[in-house]
Design a protein around this ligand. Structure first.
Ligand code: SF4
Length: 373
């Protein structure tokens, strides 16, 4: 068996998100880097490469798959209490020092990050999702934009089986990628990692493409939820959070904003963990900035009402949560507040009134997927 890169280079197919250029160069448009790549080289993500003037993209494998509550993605305004079947490939277009999925995202950059692939087909992934009772199939774990073609193949099969689809993404998109994806995506979680372009560049990206992606997704009718991992000393000043909130509220005050707790990880093991008080402060800034649905995540049971969905008009508690578990569901069937009839934005049809059974036995890993092939 060869190196991981050599193994992955056999699991590819010609990309769709690229254009050919002179002298066998190509320009990839799957993510905001828009790499111009000469023959024989790979893009910044290292998983898309030019061979003979043709761009190749990952295909036909998964590096991880698991069935979880949809709240874990997190989507709080989409079919609460249902299950989401997550699948992921390898690689990322950013290199965040605090990445909490670094085993898969940095597999081609960091020799410590070992996560071998297993062969899979879209039909077998979806069949497994259906067997486990999932309501949605979600591309996650690595950055899904860089493996968009494979995600769309899986999503086509998922839609045919009556399932919803979603991305858990850093949002470093392009207009071409959004146009390509939007017919096949129902839900899109964007990590908005801060509001400082200089800091974004230390993670390997730029702020503007992420902002453009959020605007484009919302304008196109995809359901968007935004997550900001609150990293002490990195992105948590009042000034930066106010600017970030003002941007989201300017796109739509109905977009849910999840401010989540950092725990020391990967190359940021010396940074202190986020406290409940820090989350509460950020959430207060979110509300003061006009956001109607603000949540605090990663510290279940320690953030008061900030895990619950409340009516922004009459303050009635509509969905009570503890972590990923629905403890009480009080939305009307049409997704309105039953007290004052305020419509609550989201995707509610068929939503559960309590959490789906624990997916404990539903957990599958790369080896069981290998067995399926
Ligand atoms: S997905 Fe992004 S990083 Fe990878 S080759 Fe394409 S533009 Fe470059």
């Amino acid at each position: 068996m060869g190196t991981l890169a050599e193994v992955l280079n056999t699991r590819v197919r010609e990309a769709e998100l690229y254009e050919r250029q002179h002298d066998a160069w190509v320009r990839c448009v799957a993510c905001g880097h828009a790499c111009r790549i000469p023959d024989g080289a790979a893009g910044v993500c290292k998983v898309r490469f030019n061979r003979g003037g043709t761009l190749y993209a990952p295909w036909g494998y998964v590096a991880g798959a698991q069935c979880d509550p949809i709240e874990k993605k997190p989507f709080f305004h989409a079919w609460p209490g249902s299950l989401a079947f997550s699948f992921g490939m390898l690689g990322c277009d950013l290199h965040c020092a605090y990445c909490q999925n670094w085993v898969t995202s940095q597999a081609l950059r960091d020799p410590q990050a070992v996560s071998p692939p297993a062969d899979a087909t879209p039909e077998r992934i979806v069949a497994e999702a259906v067997r486990l009772g999932a309501r949605a199939v979600v591309s996650t774990y690595n950055e899904p934009l860089i493996t968009s073609e494979w995600a769309v193949a899986v999503f086509r099969a998922a839609r045919a089986a009556g399932l919803a689809t979603g991305f858990v993404s850093n949002g470093n998109g392009t207009p071409e990628a959004l146009q390509y994806l939007s017919p096949w995506i129902d839900l899109y979680k964007v990590d908005l990692k801060g509001f400082d372009d200089k800091r974004y560049r230390t993670l390997g990206g730029r702020l503007q493409p992420i902002l453009d992606t959020i605007r484009g997704l919302h304008a196109g009718g995809t359901w968007v939820e935004i997550v900001t991992l609150l990293v002490p000393g990195f992105n948590d000043t009042d000034e930066e959070l106010r600017a970030l909130v003002a941007f989201i509220a300017g796109v739509s005050p109905d977009i849910p904003w999840h401010v989540t707790a950092f725990h020391p990880d990967y190359k940021m093991s010396d940074t202190p963990a986020t406290t409940p008080t820090m989350l509460a402060r950020a959430a207060r800034l979110g509300r003061e900035g006009g956001l109607r649905h603000v949540y605090a995540g990663n510290l279940p049971g320690r953030v008061g009402r900030l895990e619950d969905t409340c009516c922004p008009r009459c303050s009635a508690v509509l969905i009570e949560r503890r972590g990923y578990t629905i403890q009480r569901y009080g939305l009307a069937p049409d997704g309105a507040c039953p007290t004052c009839h305020e419509p609550i934005p989201g995707r509610w049809d068929g939503g559960a009134r309590r959490s789906a059974p624990s997916p404990g036995r539903a957990r599958i890993d790369r080896w069981s997927l290998l067995d399926m092939s």
